[in-house]
Design a protein around this ligand. Structure first.
Ligand code: ZN
Length: 478
């Protein structure tokens, strides 16, 4: 006689495979038939599947049967590829109240490029953003699901407007109180002026409150101490890169000693020394440490390369510039001016740095580091167009050595994993959010298939390619 737990297991497997048909009275909101479902976890295709959606959730997934389940709307995928919506894990909504509309008009750019979730990495438009979140959830505004840190935490006289400026433990406690009152999704720390002590104290206090932290890091701190304190993700590769130097300790000590002197050493001044002392064995140890500590990394390769190329690239005829409000485009001027002033040596170094950064990616992947795809698009980040820039990031990750499946995971399941939401989002399975992309080609074969999705579904709402084009047209410059 079969063991009862085996029977239960068999039933559970049947349920998981979606083989049990629902009662005939069920009418789904949406049923998609004959889809090649992209399993981002295993990197495989499940051919000829039916996906049933109601209440914004995937309810059923299984082989397409002779008669489709009843639905308000049925979509015959005709062998197209159905994958989970993309997550851009590093964007910004910012620039002050005069740019609220310009920022809101970026939302359709994300959707039109298949991005159904974004993580706002700190800004000064939190009240507006929270209003959009509510409107998007209520179906009154078309846009991706937004996770946000609210205002950044930094030191006194912080570079970014709206930052919470902290020095003492009491100030850090008050800053975290205010973020908890805003019900932010995590805490973003920035390093324009924050001290090493305040940085580590912020992570430790947030950890005690059960709040996730990510950040830039003051170069006076080491990655290992930040990870040990509980940092949940390192934004950009500069900080991971310093921890790949065989001289991290002496470089960090020199930076620390220079603070408060007439010539403090900043991040960019220290980078050449970090580059020269890069050590593969140290890098491997660092990546193992990040994997063990579950500290995620957001490489942002695309913006790094775009800024490295900025001095020699004319973006004035970019087709996507037509969707960027002129007031938002005006915020691009600062980086552009900086790029134009760069010396030939700096330009050459930035190219070398880009190549070295790419070389870290497959090593981190092999070590089991949680990689998150982020574009860093938003005001001030010149020509990093919302939506398209995430596709650029995925191309960079493949160029760096990831398989298309591994790259897709950084922009789907890994995003959900970072927020502890892998049971309810990030892939196509019953019980998960109905954030879906229908593509003409197989993205596991070539990420070019992500360009121009046939249909985008967010929280069960269907946007055809024609509707997405109309949404873009509505925010196009006159
Ligand atoms: Zn950023």
């Amino acid at each position: 006689m079969p063991h009862p737990t085996r029977l239960l297991l068999a039933a559970a497997l049947l349920l998981a495979a979606g083989c049990i048909t629902p009662p005939t009275t069920t009418t789904y909101d949406l049923v998609i038939t004959h889809a090649n479902v992209v399993d981002v976890e295993t990197g495989t295709i499940r051919p000829d599947q039916t996906v049933a959606v109601s209440g914004g959730l995937i309810r059923q997934l299984g082989p397409t049967a002779a008669s489709a389940p009843r639905a308000t709307r049925t979509l015959d995928a005709q062998g197209r590829y159905l994958m989970p919506g993309l997550w851009d894990m590093h964007v910004h909504f910012r620039g002050g109240d005069s740019l609220v509309t310009a920022n809101r008009n970026l939302l359709p750019l994300y959707l039109a490029h298949g991005i159904t979730t974004v993580r706002d990495a700190g800004g000064d438009l939190t009240p507006a953003l929270q209003q959009w979140q509510q409107q998007i959830a209520a179906g009154q505004l078309a846009g991706p699901t937004i996770f946000t840190s609210g205002p950044k935490i930094d030191g006194p006289g912080a570079f970014w407007a709206g930052s919470l400026e902290v020095v003492t433990p009491a100030q850090i406690s008050r800053a975290l109180d205010s973020l908890q009152a805003l019900q932010v999704d995590y805490v973003k720390i920035y390093e324009s002026t924050i001290s090493r002590e305040a940085f580590l104290e912020t992570i430790a206090q947030a950890e005690k409150r059960g709040m996730r932290t990510t950040g830039h890091m003051p170069y006076t701190a080491t990655l290992a101490e930040a990870a040990a304190a509980g940092l949940d993700a390192s934004e950009h590769l500069y900080y991971v890169f310093k921890a790949c130097s065989s001289r991290e300790d002496s470089i960090t000590a020199a930076i620390r000693q220079s603070q408060g002197t007439a010539r403090p050493i900043g991040l960019f001044a220290a980078l050449p020394a970090v580059y020269r002392t890069y050590d593969p064995a140290t890098a491997a140890r660092t990546f193992r440490m990040l994997a063990e500590r579950r500290t995620a990394v957001v490489p942002t390769l695309y913006i790094q390369q775009l800024l490295a190329d900025l001095p020699t690239t004319d973006h004035s005829r970019d087709s996507l510039l037509a969707y960027i409000d002129p007031k938002l485009e005006a915020t691009y001027a600062r980086r552009l001016a900086g790029a134009r002033q760069q010396s030939a040596a700096t330009r050459a170094f930035n190219q070398l740095l880009g190549a070295r950064f790419r070389s870290l990616i497959p090593e981190m992947q092999k070590a089991g580091v949680l990689l998150l795809a982020g574009s860093d698009s938003g005001a001030s980040n010149s020509y990093v167009y919302p939506g398209a820039a995430l596709l650029g990031e995925l191309d960079q990750l493949v160029r760096a050595g990831l398989t298309p499946a591994e790259a897709l995971r950084t922009a789907t399941l890994n995003g959900a994993r970072f927020f502890g939401l892998e049971a309810t989002a990030g892939s196509i399975a019953p019980g998960k959010a109905a954030d879906l992309l229908l593509l003409d080609g197989n993205p596991l074969a070539n990420l070019a298939a992500l360009r121009g999705p046939h249909t985008v579904v967010t929280r069960g709402r269907v946007y055809s390619a024609a509707e997405l084009r109309q949404m873009l047209q509505a925010v196009r410059r006159r």
